[in-house]
Design a protein around this ligand. Structure first.
Ligand SMILES: [Zn+2]
Length: 175
């Protein structure tokens, strides 16, 4: 019996208590990008937010990549979310190895050299990485400047969010 089979059997029973009240069209108020790490699964409740108010976008490493941007654009432009949070965390798995090392290992283990993913977005400094992700969101031309984008690092041992203040970079004048 796999975990999936167990889960399907449980679903057949648990769905009996399902409340269809939340089945209407979604109307989230805020979009949150965070890590797929299970330790982040409670973060919405730790902020006192209702599940229905949050468009939760997760991937390994809290990366603003093409797919995260796709979700954020739909979230703000189609679903009407008005604020964006990027929540990285300490002790992230993606800070324990380098992308190059992982690629080397996978090539050795599999004997295969696929072209994708082009990168794994590993990082060493959660704060710096968060700043970069926030700037990527703010830079996207389809994210309205009226939507505030703020970054945080979640402490997996404390349950606390620490804000990463992000100034828009000063770009030297051309010429
Ligand atoms: Zn993580």
């Amino acid at each position: 019996m796999s975990i999936t089979d167990d889960a399907l059997r449980a679903n057949a029973t648990l769905a009996g208590d399902y409340d269809p009240a939340g089945a209407g069209p979604p109307a989230p108020k805020i979009a949150i990008v965070t890590c797929a790490d299970p330790r982040l699964s409670g973060v919405v409740r730790l902020m006192g937010l209702a599940d229905a108010d949050v468009d939760l976008i997760r991937n390994v490493g809290t990366v603003i990549d093409d797919d995260a941007m796709r979700s954020l654009i739909v979230s703000t432009r189609m679903l009407g979310t008005r604020e964006i949070l990027v929540i990285n965390h300490d002790d992230c798995g993606l800070s324990r190895f380098s992308g190059d090392d992982l690629v080397e290992r996978l090539r050795a283990e599999t004997g295969r050299y696929p072209i994708a993913p082009a990168q794994f977005f590993t990082f060493t400094d959660a704060e710096r990485n968060t700043r970069e992700q926030v700037l990527k969101v703010r830079s996207h031309p389809w994210i309205s400047p009226d939507v505030p984008v703020r970054g945080f690092v979640f402490g997996v041992r404390t349950g606390r969010l620490t804000e990463v203040l992000v100034e828009d970079p000063v770009v030297p004048a051309a010429g």
